[in-house]
Design a binder for this molecule. Structure first.
Ligand code: TRP
Length: 334
């Protein structure tokens, strides 16, 4: 039997992915390429839903793709591509736009959060329809599963609703995808504010651990991470959110269960513990940073790898779009 298909996307909106992206997405994408027919997309169309700089977007798209390969996505085992290389994403998004109710789109909480940040009327229509473009990304590939963080649940529900609506109105066309919620995303918090998610848009630089950061600054940030009063290294979300976050990070990076870590650091205070967390982070990120730098040093080869991905993605996308065009009633071009 064919492997079930997964599709996921990540925005090229930062100069580096951070630890939350790494544990919550990248690392699990790498695992999933072994058992799924996996498509991973650098979603540059989504990146222009907020004001952007063109040269920066182009650079960040390459940096994002390079980090995906460097983290272990293997072009022989999965398909990595850039969204704008496959024009069918925008084309399907248009059709889905026409199936989405204004009220339905207006209920999306991520739009409400993001547009509030920009000032009510400054937000673009593109930001408003962002989740519909995301639905197009997913439905285009007939994905069975979509690995995402818990914050994307509502977008996945919209995707299923739109797929189902299309199938109902125009005939069976789309696979309805299941969300595959990645747990760690919601759990890795800002080092300076353990009550907030580690996030490029809301964390201060001191609160974020970047994959491409040098060992020195990485160590410094971990050593300066907010801990809690007391000296005990113990997981306790309520009373010790800072220490708990560091325990989660170390456990996720080393594979050591948290109770074992608690036992190891019993009676030792925070110092040794933090030093070990810092080393675990440096050890995980250094090979990825070095491979990313190597990939970025040869843009021709990197762009060629992305062209191969776009070729494979485009084949699937064109097949779906041909069905969509026919069912919607667009006149075939002679
Ligand atoms: N909205 C997703 C996020 O912010 C990114 C994304 C775009 C995506 N298209 C996708 C995720 C398709 C999964 C599938 O994380």
């Amino acid at each position: 039997m064919a492997r079930p298909r997964v599709l996921s996307g990540i925005q090229p909106t930062a100069d580096s992915f951070h630890l939350g992206n790494y544990l919550g997405a990248l690392r699990q994408w790498v695992t999933m390429q072994e058992t799924y027919d996996a498509f991973y997309c650098v979603v540059d169309l989504h990146a222009i839903t907020v004001p952007h700089d063109p040269a920066e977007l182009r650079r960040r798209s390459r940096v994002a793709a390079a980090q995906l390969f460097a983290a272990g996505l293997d072009p022989d085992r999965c398909t990595v591509f850039v969204q704008s290389h496959v024009p069918e994403h925008a084309e399907l998004a248009w059709v889905l736009n026409c199936l989405t109710g204004m009220g339905e789109a207006a209920r999306m909480t991520q739009f409400k959060d993001k547009s509030a940040k920009q000032g009510e009327n400054a937000a673009s229509v593109g930001l408003f329809t962002y989740p519909i473009l995301q639905a197009a990304d997913i439905l285009l590939y007939q994905a069975d599963r979509v690995p995402v963080g818990a914050d994307q649940k509502q977008h996945l529900e919209l995707t299923r609703d739109l797929g189902q609506r299309f199938n109902h109105r125009f005939g069976e066309t789309f696979t309805l995808p299941q969300p595959h919620i990645l747990k760690e995303v919601e759990k890795i918090t800002d080092l300076q504010d353990p009550s907030a998610k580690m996030s490029k848009s809301s964390s201060s630089p001191q609160g974020i651990l970047d994959v491409l950061e040098a060992p020195g600054p990485l160590r410094k940030k971990v050593m300066r991470a907010v801990t809690d009063t007391g000296t005990e290294v113990r997981a306790d979300d309520e009373n010790k959110p800072g220490v708990t976050n560091l325990l989660r990070i170390q456990s996720a990076l080393t594979g050591t269960p948290i109770p074992e870590l608690e036992a190891r650091y019993a009676g030792q205070g925070y110092g040794t513990f933090k030093k070990d967390v810092a080393e675990a982070v440096v050890e995980a990120f250094t090979p990825i940073r070095e491979r990313t730098e190597k990939l970025l040093a040869n843009e021709t080869e990197l762009d060629r790898m992305l062209a191969v991905g776009a070729g494979r993605a485009g084949e699937v996308a064109r097949r779906t779009m041909a069905m969509v065009r026919d069912r919607v009633g667009f006149l075939p071009r002679a």
